[in-house]
Design a protein around this ligand. Sequence first.
Ligand code: SAM
Ligand code: SF4
Length: 335
Amino acid sequence: MTQPLVDPFQRAITYLRVSVTDRCDFRCVYCMAENMTFLPKKELLTLEELDRMCSTFVRLGVRKLRITGGEPLVRRDIMTFFRSMSRHLDSGALEELTLTTNGSQLERFAADLYAAGVRRVNVSLDTLDEEKFARVTRWGRLPQVLRGLDAAQAAGLKVKLNAVALKGFNEDEVETLTRFCATRGMDLTWIEVMPMGDLGNEDRVGQYWSMKDLRARLSESYTLTDLPESTGGPARYVRLEETGQKIGFITPLSHNFCESCNRVRMTCTGELYMCLGQEDMMDLRPALRNHPGNDAPLEQAIRQAIGLKPEGHDFDYSRQRADGQVSRHMSHTGG
Ligand code: SAM
Ligand code: SF4
């Protein structure tokens, strides 16, 4: 039997996040510069290579696959990949196939995603104000995303919203977003903004806003009950007693969640990052490309990479400098 993936700190690696493209139809101010240079197409893993990579991880015990980007739904023919991955759901090897999206293409693809076995999607949405939405995403338009949300729910997909908490930008929308989600039966998770990449823009919309402050803000209007559940990731959850809603807080910076980390991330070029906050990575592409038809070298490279997974990350805002900042963009490692 194949040995499952276990890192040096005895954490079983069962969750893989895969970026399938670094491109995007938005230019969110905290994620990309407006004039981003993208990778040449030939650098990207082909859809067949992505399939082989993911299938190898599944064989090694990965039970949950999250597809991300850039914007995963702008990759040409990405539905072929989703449809192909669904065989692992059918066999029971994979528990969940899911994606994180900006929602712009959901109107087109929601039904196909459901047909491919996807049951849940995370949609990133920081504001319900059209003008603010255009400002923070630069190229995005809110009505298109709202139609995407409708289409996703109509197709039977469970939707969770992810909102990046930005001081001076969406502080005043905590209640509005909470109510919006409550009305539509969607969970909501807030994310602390992380110092990623050189965004080349001075006009940062909003700044770091701690989950502690956001929580305090929420508790002015609602009764919060901490939920014990953890998904092995950086999110912690509360229930709002008044609405029964689950609200998540992702605090990669101000909390240490590393001890329960069960995940690794692969870029669209086949680099495996063992930790979001560290530069250590292993390029899996040579093992893949140099050995067509033989997955043994790839399996070995993956095991070697997992053997390098660090105990924890290194972000530190308290030093008031960019210490701990990692130079790559979120769209590269896939959030
Ligand atoms: N394009 C898709 C989307 O926006 O959902 C998937 C990729 S995006 C990089 C994944 C997530 O990362 C989004 O929820 C986005 O808000 C978040 N993100 C991007 N840059 C971030 C940053 N600097 N700090 C915190 N979250 C960030
Ligand atoms: Fe695109 Fe997502 Fe980054 Fe926004 S956060 S620019 S939607 S990849």
